[in-house]
Ligand binder design. Structure first.
Ligand SMILES: Nc1ncnc2c1ncn2[C@@H]1O[C@H](COP(=O)(O)OP(=O)(O)OP(=O)(O)O)[C@@H](O)[C@H]1O
Ligand SMILES: [Mg+2]
Length: 231
């Protein structure tokens, strides 16, 4: 297994069966995965093969039927709900396929909210202004800070979602088809930004994608099929 600490994510014999009345949908059938600190990993595979299920389990949003998950050396699968929520806030940034910005808040408001949630509602902590500026610069959003989501392009919105996901220095950034809703030009900008975050900040990234060009940004491509990693 190697050094558990440099393994930012590790899963062992992960199984997921969704119960639907009498029927069980076997979404994961024994997934062993190790992701090292600083890696940019892409996950590919046909629709329904279990990619989102795997990402949601790693992100602590879903409890597996069997198996273990370790995040940054902590066993997620041995935690109480409260402990898991806390670890999720501290260690994980999530970017979903569809935008999930708060529509009534500006770019700055969305970032502040993420910082507030991270500090558990603490009012004294105002985040890290230097990091905020650096991230906004990297994502080319400096002059959009007072815009609301409806005043941004799709690509810009997705860049804000990425900024918000990484603002609190998560150990891992999990992205479920972050370019799925974007045209090729915006997709390319978003991918370049993710690559920059990985190279500049050593941000560990696990990204699901259907797009081979997007996957080529990663250091490693995992292929899934039928609830398993096949290569
Ligand atoms: N909440 C749920 N209840 C029951 N079955 C589910 C649920 N979520 C997913 N599934 C099933 O589990 C399997 C894996 O779904 P998952 O969403 O992980 O696939 P995916 O690889 O992300 O697919 P896509 O590329 O279409 O997003 C599918 O057969 C799906 O129908
Ligand atoms: Mg999916």
């Amino acid at each position: 297994m190697g050094d558990r600490k440099s393994n930012i994510v590790e899963t062992r014999q992960l199984e997921m069966i969704y119960r639907m009345g009498k029927i069980g949908v076997h979404a994961l059938r024994g997934v062993d995965l190790v992701v090292h600190e600083g890696e940019f990993v892409a996950i590919m595979g046909p629709s329904g093969c279990g990619k989102s299920t795997l990402l949601h389990i790693i992100g602590g949003l879903l409890t597996p039927t069997r198996g273990q998950v370790f995040v940054d050396g902590h066993e997620l699968t041995a935690m109480s709900d409260a402990e898991r929520t806390d670890l999720r806030r501290r260690k994980i940034g999530f970017v979903f396929q569809r935008f999930n910005l708060f529509p009534t808040l500006t770019v700055e408001g969305n970032l502040r909210l993420a910082e507030r949630i991270y500090s558990n509602g603490g009012r004294d902590e105002v985040g890290d202004p230097a990091r905020e500026r650096e991230i906004l610069r990297l994502l080319r959003l400096e002059d959009k800070i007072n815009h609301k989501p409806t005043e941004l392009s799709g690509g810009e919105q997705q860049r804000v979602a990425i900024a918000r996901a990484v603002i609190n220095r998560p150990a891992i950034l999990l992205a479920d088809e972050p370019t799925g809703n974007l045209d090729s030009e915006n997709a390319e900008i978003v991918l370049r930004m993710m690559k920059d975050l990985n190279e500049h900040f050593g941000q560990t990234i696990i990204m699901i994608t259907h797009n081979p060009e997007a996957a080529s940004m990663a250091n490693r491509i995992l292929k899934m099929r039928d609830g398993r990693i096949i290569s």
